[in-house]
Design a protein. Structure first.
Length: 95
């Protein structure tokens, strides 16, 4: 699988689990798998899905910092073009 990642700042009012999940489902049509809340206040949200056209599997991880600054998105997919496009779409949706 190919991995693409990106950094972004998420506004404090949009950094809740509910809002991140909602925006990601709209932008990428993926299913929420679960989250991991870290001791320092950061959270990792994990998503999975398949493309409609080719059935290519997609895994997405969003790391949200407690401050909302310097958050990261990681997309794993068999096709590099799809993972690159998804990183851009997700960044736009979460900002």
């Amino acid at each position: 699988m190919n991995e693409n990642s990106g950094k972004l700042d998420i506004p404090a009012d949009a950094a809740s689990e509910e809002k991140v999940c909602s925006k990601l489902k709209e932008a990428a049509a993926v299913s929420y798998i679960g989250s991991e809340h870290l001791p320092d206040g950061d959270s990792n949200y994990r998503f999975a899905g398949r493309t409609i056209s080719g059935g290519t599997y997609v895994l997405v991880t969003v790391n949200v910092k407690a401050s909302g600054k310097d958050c990261s998105i990681t997309v794993n997919c068999e096709k590099m073009a799809i993972s690159s496009m998804l990183v851009k779409e997700i960044k736009l949706a979460l900002q």
